[in-house]
Ligand binder design. Structure first.
Ligand code: ADP
Ligand code: MG
Ligand code: ZN
Length: 214
């Protein structure tokens, strides 16, 4: 028996049903909020379900390991390091069902269409990244990724000053390991703080103090 297709709607429906659903999940929050741990947890669950997983991170983040995504707790998983967001597409294996992306804030806006393309192909995309920079401004492509995602998880850390819920990242050092929004560092450069304890002008006021003292 031959199946008669009577219009474009039928073709679209058939295509939709023959294609597994892809989704985008975003895990965001301040530094130390557990974004990488949560990404690894979800990736490991997919591996237990025998789904092929590929994990990516940008070249800029080589704090702990060049070829692994690693949390502050030293929990880690092998990853592919890419310079540009678009490079991710050329690494995707036909069998891949889940794609994890860490430190997504460091990618260009190109990461938004990459995530869309992967999800449209039926891939489950899990993106982790800082929602805000140390000045409490939305970070890179994260706001758009959060907008297009099916699911967003916002995590918090513990404020190192008052023990409250930390939603912000405090920069504590400027000169030693680079400066600017993209200065990559860990505990030696940043700490988790709540809204009340966070002081984006801390470095500027220290610079003024140093100038006044000399
Ligand atoms: P992120 O990727 O969000 O920077 P990680 O997943 O790498 O965070 O690390 C989270 C871990 O960091 C926590 O499980 C905890 O052991 C540790 N940690 C260190 N400082 C803090 C803090 N101020 N608040 C919460 N966790 C912290
Ligand atoms: Mg992390
Ligand atoms: Zn606080």
């Amino acid at each position: 028996m031959t199946l008669k297709l009577t219009g474009s709607i039928d073709i679209k429906n058939i295509m939709r049903h023959s294609h597994p659903h892809g989704t985008i999940e975003v895990i965001c929050g301040s530094m130390f909020s557990g974004k990488t741990e949560e990404l690894l947890r979800r990736v490991k669950r997919a591996q237990i379900a025998r789904q092929k997983v590929q994990v990516f991170k940008p070249t800029i983040d080589n704090r702990y390991s060049v070829d692994h995504v690693e949390s502050h707790n030293a929990n880690r998983i092998p990853s592919i390091v890419v310079e540009k967001a678009e490079d991710i597409l050329s690494f995707i294996d036909d069998k891949t069902r889940v794609v994890g992306i860490d430190e997504a804030q460091f990618f260009s806006d190109g990461i938004i269409s990459v995530a869309q393309k992967l999800a449209d192909r039926g891939i489950h995309v899990i993106v982790a990244g800082l929602d805000m920079d140390y000045l409490s401004q939305p970070f890179g492509p994260m706001p758009q990724l959060m907008a297009i995602a099916e699911n967003v998880t916002k995590l918090s850390a513990v404020c190192v000053v008052c023990g409250g819920t930390a939603s912000r990242t405090q920069k504590t050092f400027s000169a030693k390991n680079g400066s600017g929004i993209l200065a990559v560092g860990g505990r030696e450069m940043y700490e988790a703080r709540c809204r009340a304890c966070h002081d984006p002008e801390f470095l500027e006021s220290r610079a003024v103090q140093t100038t006044m003292n000399c």
